[in-house]
Ligand binder design. Structure first.
Ligand code: ADP
Ligand code: MG
Length: 254
């Protein structure tokens, strides 16, 4: 068996909203170059936990380390520059932009992107070219190239999910976090989405994703972590976790 090599570790993470403890995770880790699924019933705290890890929200207690760097106090932009990005659902504003504009926006958290370069025109032009080439390559890979000048709002549910993933890859991340990548996708496109997720791993990335469809989780995950009421109640390989009684009670029975 491969030696454990955690790229992400979090300890004692607590997030309360008023009287509600949304997240209370004693210990969590993700192995480098794995596909890890985070599952659990609605309201379990999965999205909040994602937000805490990626600097979009802050914990009252606890700490995290990503790729050797302490996450405490890091802004979402800094976390992205450190190599950990999450996908975002297309908002109203993003829907009014074209596919290629969305991709350019995704590049803004690019590691190495810096203020000074913006004032050196030759470098800036080279960077622009690089962004365009990278965007085109990703759009080809995700079969969205023909749609590059269409408004994101005109895409189908599945194509939107592909765009969300493609946009996140513009930062050349080490780790990608996907919040419900299959939600609202018709069955014809779920296969292709699964293939793309597996491809990220093949390319050397680490993937953490939240998903409700147990069939999908089972097919691609190396490790499954189950949350309920803010806590991690079980984890392990998919087959083992699904047969766990606590998981059946908390999740499958819910
Ligand atoms: P999941 O993604 O697993 O469905 P969430 O992380 O969205 O769960 O929510 C966990 C709990 O925290 C829920 O009870 C939710 O209502 C609550 N919650 C999430 N965000 C906020 C917020 N900004 N303010 C107050 N309560 C919140
Ligand atoms: Mg959620």
């Amino acid at each position: 068996a491969p030696k454990p090599d955690a790229i992400l570790v979090a300890d004692g993470v607590v997030r309360r909203f008023g009287g509600l403890t949304a997240v209370s995770v004693d210990h969590f880790e993700v192995q480098r170059n794995s596909i890890t699924a985070l599952i659990g019933p609605n309201g379990a705290g999965k999205s909040t936990f994602f937000n805490l890890l990626t600097g979009f929200d802050f914990a009252q207690e606890g700490e995290g380390v990503f790729n050797g760097r302490a996450l405490k106090g890091m802004s979402s932009a800094k976390v992205a520059r450190a190599g950990m990005v999450r996908t975002f659902q297309l908002t109203k504003a993003l829907n009014r932009m074209t596919v290629i504009e969305n991709m350019r926006l995704g590049a803004q958290a690019q590691p190495g992107e810096n203020f000074a370069r913006a004032f050196v025109p030759p470098l800036w032009r080279a960077r622009e070219r690089e962004i365009t080439e990278q965007a085109h390559a990703l759009l080809h890979r995700f079969k969205l190239y023909e749609k590059r000048d269409d408004y994101a709002g005109s895409l189908s549910g599945g194509q939107r999910k592909l765009l969300e993933m493609a946009r996140a890859l513009m930062t050349k991340p080490t780790m990608v976090m996907l919040d419900e990548p299959m939600a609202g996708v018709n069955p014809a496109l779920t296969e292709s989405l699964l293939d793309h997720i597996v491809e990220l791993k093949d390319d050397g990335m680490t993937v953490l994703f939240v998903e409700h469809d147990m069939h999908m989780v089972r097919r691609i995950s190396d490790w499954v972590v189950v949350m309920a009421e803010g806590r991690i109640i079980a984890e392990g390989p998919a087959g083992t976790v699904m047969s766990n009684q606590a998981v059946q009670d908390a999740y499958l029975g819910a």
